[in-house]
Write a protein that binds this ligand. Structure first.
Ligand SMILES: Cc1cc2nc3c(=O)[nH]c(=O)nc-3n(C[C@H](O)[C@H](O)[C@H](O)COP(=O)(O)OP(=O)(O)OC[C@H]3O[C@@H](n4cnc5c(N)ncnc54)[C@H](O)[C@@H]3O)c2cc1C
Length: 246
């Protein structure tokens, strides 16, 4: 990821759904922000203390190249982390530094069908991936959200069935998302699988996709975006120390 720091200003704030805020930032520094990174990520440098910041990753939901507006959708998960705190207190006009963008992780369009899964942290990237699919694409997207009111409208091809799983407490360990995913009918032909979200759930799905279904790496993106009980730094350490590489 490009390390240059871009200073931006919050241009708009919208309650996208009950537990998701859409925050758009803008600024001259975004005049050199590259086009085509929707679904990639930026690091947002949020205050950790009065005189220190910490970097947190958020997906580029969209970038308007005419007005240099960068849109991020952030899950409101209380005040348990610096980014969540920042998002819940943010005001229009606030300054915030970002770095990036980093790589886009896309479905492999050479596949015959598509399988996506994730929680609300992955919803922005999954939304982009669904929008980019050809109109005749088929498959499934399993999306875990905190409440019924977090089911947002998605621009998915008709042949991709969207299945919503409601999990009111995201920090409780349960297997509803992975159970729903692994019980889906397996279509014929080459699949492209895309999974991101909580560490433990992503690991279960990693085992299923790589080891049970033996999907080749070129046709998978499997990642974790956060970990129950760990800060972002703790999640990254767990990822590094995991017995199987991500
Ligand atoms: C490539 C990438 C893209 C991402 N894109 C997005 C995105 O578009 N939108 C988005 O909202 N998140 C996204 N995330 C996840 C986000 O970076 C993490 O949720 C991050 O931990 C939030 O930082 P924080 O400072 O709020 O909490 P931290 O300081 O990291 O953690 C504090 C506490 O909050 C808990 N926590 C962290 N995230 C959640 C959560 N979502 N729900 C419940 N508890 C949580 C932790 O377990 C910990 O106990 C992305 C992550 C990656 C790696």
């Amino acid at each position: 990821m490009a390390r240059a720091v871009r200073q931006t200003k919050v241009a708009s704030i919208e309650q996208l759904s009950k537990n998701m805020k859409r925050i758009t930032v803008t600024g001259e520094s975004l005049m050199t922000f590259p086009d085509g990174f929707d679904g990639g990520y930026v690091k947002v440098l949020v205050p950790e203390s009065l005189d220190d910041t910490v970097a947190r990753s958020f997906t580029v939901r969209g970038f308007d190249t005419k007005n240099f507006n960068l849109t991020l959708d952030m899950v409101a998960h209380g005040d348990h982390g610096p980014a969540a705190r920042w998002a819940s207190n943010v005001s229009i006009g606030d300054l915030v530094n970002i770095q990036g963008p980093g790589a886009c992780k896309r479905l492999n369009h050479d596949a015959d069908w598509f399988l996506l899964a994730g929680d609300m942290t992955a919803l922005p990237a999954i939304s982009v991936n669904l929008e980019l699919l050809p109109k005749d694409a088929k498959g499934y997207a399993v999306l875990e959200v905190i409440s019924e009111e977090d089911r947002i409208e998605l621009n998915a091809p008709d042949g991709v069935e969207v299945i919503w799983v409601i999990k009111p407490n995201p920090t409780a360990l349960n297997s509803e998302l992975s159970d729903t995913f692994t019980e889906l009918p397996w279509m014929q032909g080459q699949v492209s699988a895309w999974v991101a979200g909580e560490f433990n759930t992503s690991r279960v799905l990693r085992r299923y996709i790589r080891h049970e279904r033996k999907v080749e790496r070129d046709f998978t993106y499997i990642s974790c975006y956060w970990k129950i009980g760990e800060t972002d730094e703790g999640m990254k350490a767990a990822k590094r120390n995991d017995i199987e590489p991500w």
